[in-house]
Design a binder for this molecule. Structure first.
Ligand SMILES: [Zn+2]
Length: 371
């Protein structure tokens, strides 16, 4: 494993690419500021070319979190548009109270929102299957999350889909790179959704009708619907955890607050709509050697607000942290024991990066340097 020369991005991140100078893709294409008016004109042209029978100016997938709150406000206030919001809700028992209040807040701000809730038994069965077979419980839920927005767009004849960040530019997930930096039509090729096919779920859920909402529309359906996904960070200056949190908070968004002992998100403003995602962040850390703190720190180093050395100190402190109580709750939610949880986690961990003593792991690599 090696690190980017500028930030703390790692070569083990799926689908990443480094240039000959040793910079990760996000660092090699980073621009501090850009001509907003010029870019906005370009995007408005795209929107005008995709006029539809709907009176909405596209669809924005939301969770009520900091990013979607900032995006909704941006479309309304900066571009003067009227998007339809679509939220795929976590089931009862998983969705958090903060998540519910933040979704309420978006409606209070004046947006129309379509809420989608999928059957909780299939949902939990798929989470369990994803965890046991891929070491990533969110593999199935991400399918539903990504698929729900184009499905509503096709059903309503809406041609524009707004999506927050370009994962290639934010993290280095090159599989989604389109023909233009704002073109998101390859979004479904990200590492988790991998094109959107759900046949792998058949072993967990036999009745294919229950998987309909997990299946991403085919390329043929997307092209027939004349759909264009637009990455909004092309238009938004400083699309960062910090700035998005501040803008959202100024519009009624509520955060969890930092938990500096049990949570790698040291700002306490990310992924608030449910808590088990922190378990997935631990699993990702064990597989690839980077956690939640690294994601935040990399953006801050690029923006110049943190030095690489300060970033290393933060990552050393927070990337590996997790909450034992949450692991108990997660194990109970998907119907396994805590012992089984750790045995699965260990089986997916990278032995080149970690050593184990019972269920406690120890990092073998040096942050900022590698293996
Ligand atoms: Zn970098």
């Amino acid at each position: 494993m090696r690190y980017c020369k500028r930030c703390l991005n790692v070569s083990t991140r799926p689908n990443i690419k480094f240039d000959i100078e040793g910079l990760c893709y996000p660092c090699s294409v980073f621009v501090e500021s850009f001509d907003f008016r010029k870019r906005a004109e370009k995007i408005i042209q795209v929107v005008k070319s995709k006029e539809s029978r709907s009176h909405y100016d596209g669809i924005l997938g939301v969770s009520g979190g900091k990013d979607s709150t900032r995006q909704a406000i941006f479309l309304k206030e900066k571009l003067g548009l009227n998007p339809l919001l679509v939220s795929l809700n976590y089931p009862p028992g998983q969705i958090s109270n903060i998540g519910i209040r933040n979704l309420d807040n978006l409606v209070k701000l004046g947006f129309d929102c379509v809420n989608i809730s999928l059957g909780p038994t299939t949902w939990a069965d798929l989470m369990r299957f994803s965890f046991l077979n891929y070491g990533n419980w969110a593999k199935s839920t991400e399918h539903a999350l990504f698929a729900s927005v184009p499905k509503v767009a096709l059903a309503k004849g809406i041609k524009i889909i707004w999506w927050g960040e370009n994962p290639a530019i934010l993290d280095g997930e090159m599989a989604v790179s389109g023909s233009e930096p704002w073109d998101g039509n390859r979004l479904k090729y990200n590492n988790t959704v991998s094109g959107g096919n759900v046949s792998w779920m058949n072993s967990a859920v036999k009745d294919y009708r229950k998987l309909k909402f997990y299946q991403y529309p085919t390329d043929g359906e997307i092209s027939k619907g004349d759909i264009q996904i637009i990455f909004m960070d092309y238009l938004m200056q400083d699309f960062s955890y910090r700035t998005n949190s501040m803008v959202a908070a100024a519009h009624g968004f509520e955060s969890r607050g930092p938990d500096l002992v049990n949570d790698g998100d040291f700002y306490g403003t990310s992924m608030l709509d449910e808590d088990f995602i922190n378990v997935n962040m631990l699993l990702r850390y064990l597989k690839f050697g980077f956690g939640r703190a690294s994601d935040i720190v990399n953006v801050e180093i690029r923006s110049g607000r943190l030095s690489r050395e300060e970033g290393i100190r933060i990552v050393e402190k927070y990337d590996h942290v997790y909450d034992d109580k949450l692991i108990e709750e997660f194990s109970s939610f998907i119907g396994i024991s805590v012992t089984e949880f750790w045995s699965v986690a260990k089986s997916f961990a990278n032995p080149d990066l970690f050593t184990w003593d019972k269920h406690r792991f120890k990092r073998k690599f040096q942050i900022g340097i590698g293996t």
